[in-house]
Design a binder for this molecule. Sequence first.
Ligand SMILES: O=C(O)CCC(=O)C(=O)O
Length: 337
Amino acid sequence: MPTRYTRPSLDFLKTESTVLAASKHLHAIRPIASGYLQSHFGFFLFFDVTETSQPLSILQLRSEPRMSRPNKSQFSRIFTEAQEEQFLRNGFVKLERAFPKKVAEEACAILWRESGYDPGKPVTWTHPVVRIGDCAQPPFREAANTPALRAAFDQLVGAGRWIPRESLGGFPIRFPHPDDPGDTGWHVDASFPPEHQAGSYFDWRINIESKGRALLMLFLFSDVTELDAPTRIRVGSHLRVARLLASKGPEGMSFVQVADALEGTTGDLPESTATGPIGTVYLCHPFLAHAAQRHRGNTPRFMAQPPLYQRDRFNLARSDEDYSLVERAIRLGLYGH
Ligand SMILES: O=C(O)CCC(=O)C(=O)O
């Protein structure tokens, strides 16, 4: 089995009673969108239940006391018009120096400890991927809340329309290793549980309003070159995924249904990769198709891929037309403008 997991153990999570208990308290559970368990797609997936998991409502109360929403002129713009256009058409924009290198190094020291591997002894790197559970220690919170990122969230999602992150979710750490990691299938991260039964994250859903998710984010905690297992991205796939979801209504499609449809709908699109120096963040449209790949270099790749949560649902028919860029991208997919 090539993938190694740190807490919590998969066996515990797979029991039916856990799933039932989980479905009653879904708001207290964060799925690790990167951990999919399915041989058919080559995905591994599990729910991440941690001591630090908080119901969203508590997060809201704690981090965002009710305040009036800033208007557009109150936030600074970090992306140029060309970058905005890139986000709309390609589905992602790259932000270098989004968080400090020092913070990344502090975070990686924690991640190495959690992995149980020795950074100085490649012989201890016995699996191609090690998945660490939700990380909420200070360096992770700091990385998620820099002024640059807050400005980016404002510009892409809209001031007052997103919820600050208290953690960075899980880390799939990828190591140079001869084995295939077994989790490199193309997919779109699902964002909300099904109404009646959540057997696993494969049943989680994605709908045209991207219920529950404002962005997919890729945080690079190590320098990532083409050799270091950068995440693959299908450029512009978010537009086609929007069209795929359009006729499915509020219920949307499951993770598996979307993954099944991706080859036919987006397989011909050009690929890009999420490379860059430590501290880079890729801000991605929530419908962007992406996939892991094998590590071909020498230095382990540390990356987090948390969602940014919405404060309110997206609105694709605003009477004042005050659409965020994420909403505009969905409309671009649906209506071509
Ligand atoms: O590790 C990666 O490059 C991406 C992994 C991923 O997208 C996922 O597990 O959802």
